[in-house]
Design a protein around this ligand. Structure first.
Ligand code: PEP
Ligand code: MG
Length: 600
């Protein structure tokens, strides 16, 4: 046992601990039992892994390499920011450099790896926690705040460790992943190792991780306060994604209920649509269904349910697949494969919607407010190398199949014009070298209030619009979509959201441009009638949502949906809208909803 103590209790005491029920919020349906595995880290997530004695030397090398990489990044940052941020910027980076070079910090971590025989990530966490709690106890305010620097440096080393780990993931098939925040890249990475369910402290219905969890048909709940104080690695847990509950140390009765419930992993044959292809409402309004899919396999699944093309390909998932550096050729291949799968209906590929910290060159200073920061098309226009590479790949791929482009987080028409210029220049360059290119259409995500207010102009400037309701709700209502504590303010049926959606759909219709609704709203049976009533005729959603949405569309009349829109038009509060929508659905369409469907 090290002087630092062991943070995790893997074993159990003899006395059976009592059953405890923790309140949570359901974000992916289903109920399962399993064993908790706690994940830590904000950038690249990790958990405690015991390593064999013969792997210790390699783990030490991995740690030393990460220190060297982090040192290099910090030196670059300190140099780049000299003079730019006055005195404090370089000072901070110099302090971080000093910390990284502090021999006692490094040797404590190395000792932890050697003596405890744990992975470098866990050793860093243990030592950092020890330092942080010491600094937090200091009375001198100035000195106390040093814990922030320590956390910062430790995060940087943890990031630098990412990508080079040869450690096998040791998840059991019954693992239930527990995390404060679950990163989508972590979820993708661990999915093959079969986690059964997810429990987090933070996140919302539209968080990418939960979009993925629903797609993977794994139950998930969020909103468990002080999660690591309540749940430890090895705890027996039930995740109830129907009622929004976590049951710790479940009694046999609770376990019996789980075993009676059908797992969510397979689509029932009754959910497969009888007919594929275009569908229409009872009174004949045609609605086109696309898939939100990032790889051909996902699309082919969606096609079985009647998807006609890929409405949204979130290309940032390629970053996870290619360790943050997909080359131009790797991108071309991925885009062509998607286009081939999608066939004539084509694929709409959104350029990387990321913050700077996801770029391979991780020398970006951390942003205080990433959702309002250098993200999406802004990042592309500020650091053009990566955008140019991606546009070249898209131009090349669009010669081989129908590939269109979507720009994320657009807030000004000038951004569309700037990208068009780059596209034209890259297209000329490629052609001059004898490379064949296509002519992709250029669409924009409408997900920022300024784009809604300027929807008429955007509809003229862009070839098509994609209505990103996930972000639109967050930016309209100033409520972080990933922050559980403001989930009460993140309300899809806020009258302002309804008005914004209507305005965008009308603007597109006036300009005779397509508009695809592609946020989670489009995949929810509950919101689809409203979207139809507002005039939507193209919806893009996760493959697994398609059967339920098709059932709704073919079971409602557009006229009835328009009546619903009229009914809510004088509602002034979100609660009023919700209760009117609830009432209308129960009165007219209850038979189209599953028995266990949760209304507001
Ligand atoms: C959206 O914002 O609604 C959207 C579709 O994109 P993402 O969820 O990837 O932000
Ligand atoms: Mg978005």
């Amino acid at each position: 046992m090290s002087a630092l103590g062991n943070f995790e209790q893997d074993g159990h005491t003899d006395a059976e601990p009592p059953e405890i029920r923790l309140q949570a919020r359901a974000v992916s349906r289903g109920i399962v039992a399993g064993r908790a595995v706690c994940l830590y880290g904000s950038n690249r997530q990790f958990y405690r892994i015991e390593i064999p004695v013969e792997a210790v030397a390699a783990e030490l090398t991995r740690f030393r390499d990460a220190i060297a990489a982090a040192r290099k990044q910090l030196s670059r940052l300190a140099g780049r920011n000299k003079g730019a941020i006055g005195h404090s910027g370089p000072g901070i980076f110099a302090a971080h450099l000093a910390l990284i070079d502090d021999p006692s910090f490094g040797s404590k971590i190395e000792n932890e790896i050697t003596r405890q025989r744990v992975n470098a990530e866990w050793a860093i966490k243990s030592v950092t926690d020890e330092y942080v709690s010491k600094y937090k106890a200091v009375t001198d305010e100035h000195l106390r705040d040093r814990y922030i620097d320590i956390e910062d440096v430790s995060d940087r080393i943890l990031s630098a460790l990412g990508g080079s780990s040869e450690l096998e993931l040791l998840f059991g098939k019954d693992s239930v992943v527990v995390a404060e925040d679950l990163k989508p890249s972590t979820l993708v990475e661990i999915f093959a190792h079969g986690p059964r369910a997810f429990i987090t402290e933070n996140g919302g219905w539209t968080s990418h991780s939960f979009i993925l969890a629903r797609e993977m048909k794994r139950p998930a709940v969020t909103g468990v306060k002080k999660i690591f104080r309540q749940i430890k690695t090895g705890d027996r847990v039930i995740v109830d994604g129907f009622n929004g509950q976590v049951i710790l140390n479940p009694e046999p009765e609770a376990l019996a209920r789980v075993s009676k419930t059908r797992p969510q992993t397979e689509i029932k044959s009754s959910e497969r649509p009888a007919q594929l292809g275009p569908i229409a409402t009872l009174d004949g309004r045609k609605v086109r269904i696309y898939a939100n899919a990032d790889d051909p396999a996902a699309y082919l699944r969606a096609k079985e349910f009647g998807a006609e093309g890929i409405g949204l390909f979130r290309s940032e998932f390629l970053l996870t697949r290619f360790r943050n550096r997909p080359s131009e050729d790797e991108q071309v291949e991925a885009y062509i494969n998607a286009a081939k799968a999608a066939g004539e209906a084509g694929v709409r590929i959104r350029t990387f919607d990321i913050n700077g910290d996801r770029l391979a060159d991780q020398s970006f200073a951390r942003e205080p407010n990433p959702a309002l920061g250098l993200r999406g098309v802004r990042l592309g226009l500020k650091h053009k190398t990566s955008l140019r590479t991606q546009l070249r790949a898209l131009l090349r791929a669009s010669h081989a199949g129908r590939v269109d482009i979507i720009l994320p987080l657009v807030s000004d028409i000038g951004e569309v014009q700037a990208v068009r210029k780059i596209l034209a220049a890259e297209s000329r360059n490629l052609r001059s070298k004898g490379t064949e290119v296509g002519i992709p259409k250029l669409g924009v995500m409408v997900e920022v209030p300024s784009a809604v207010l300027m929807a008429d102009e955007f509809a003229e400037e862009a070839d098509f619009l994609c209505l990103g309701t996930n972000d639109l709700i967050q930016y309209l209502l100033a409520a972080d979509r990933d922050n559980e504590s403001v989930s009460e303010w993140y309300r899809t049926l806020h009258p302002a959201v309804v008005r914004a959606v209507r305005k965008v759909i009308q603007a597109a219709a006036n300009a005779n441009r397509p508009v695809i609704v592609c946020g989670e709203m489009a995949g929810s049976p509950y919101y689809v009638p409203l979207l139809i009533g507002l005039g939507a005729s193209e919806l893009s959603m996760n493959p697994t949502s398609i059967p339920r949405v098709r059932k709704i569309i073919s079971g409602i009349a557009a006229e009835e949906a328009e009546t619903l829109v009229k009914n809510i038009s004088d509602a002034r509060t979100v609660n009023e809208v919700e209760s009117k929508v609830d009432k209308h659905i129960r009165k007219n369409w209850l038979h189209l909803f599953p028995e266990d469907f949760t209304f507001h």
